[in-house]
Design a protein around this ligand. Sequence first.
Ligand SMILES: Cc1cc2nc3c(=O)[nH]c(=O)nc-3n(C[C@H](O)[C@H](O)[C@H](O)COP(=O)(O)O)c2cc1C
Length: 201
Amino acid sequence: MTKRIIIGICGASGSVYGIRLLKALTAHSIEIYLTVSTAARFVISQELGYEGETVSGLVGSYGGQTSHAATIHEFSPDDLSAPFSSGSFQHDGMVIVPCSMNTLAAVASGLTGNLMQRAADVSLKEKRPLILVPRETPLNRIHLFNMGRAADAGATIMPAAPSFYSRPQTVDEVVDTVVSRILDHLGITDNGFPRWDGIRG
Ligand SMILES: Cc1cc2nc3c(=O)[nH]c(=O)nc-3n(C[C@H](O)[C@H](O)[C@H](O)COP(=O)(O)O)c2cc1C
């Protein structure tokens, strides 16, 4: 069966992480389900200068065109009737990237006030992979507590903390050091990203 992945984009800084992940996923034969919070729409407009109708519309044009094997099904954050709002919808993983402290708190508390929070809650109860990519600094005790609580419930906490051993030269290359780790955790093989293979001269 074709893999199904749910992506949530929150209003934390680093919206480019979500866009680069979507771009990487579209190169694969995967069904992608997307929901973008209202705050994220604003942050995207500030960080990426994009105000289009749908965020999936940005993915094709960002950083040059790529071949698209996948279609992105985008749902409004208010659309609680979306397929992935239900535990009967089978999927292979959900990623919230970037994940705001607001949505982290909701997920850690079992709140389901919008489609993204509901889908995350459902993923946890159905024991499906849920990857949270929080972005905030510094972290207060409440943030740390909420990360611990979400991890205890089964989520993988994968902070937006790039690596530099591949000597990235551009912002997109820095961002992709995080994107490639997310793909690894989704079980999606993508050889387009560098890996550490020993000491460099
Ligand atoms: C420019 C901008 C940058 C922001 N960066 C962050 C951030 O890095 N982390 C965070 O948790 N919230 C950040 N926020 C605040 C969130 O957008 C806010 O808490 C919002 O309620 C999150 O809603 P959501 O979880 O539904 O996306 C930022 C807001 C703005 C306007």
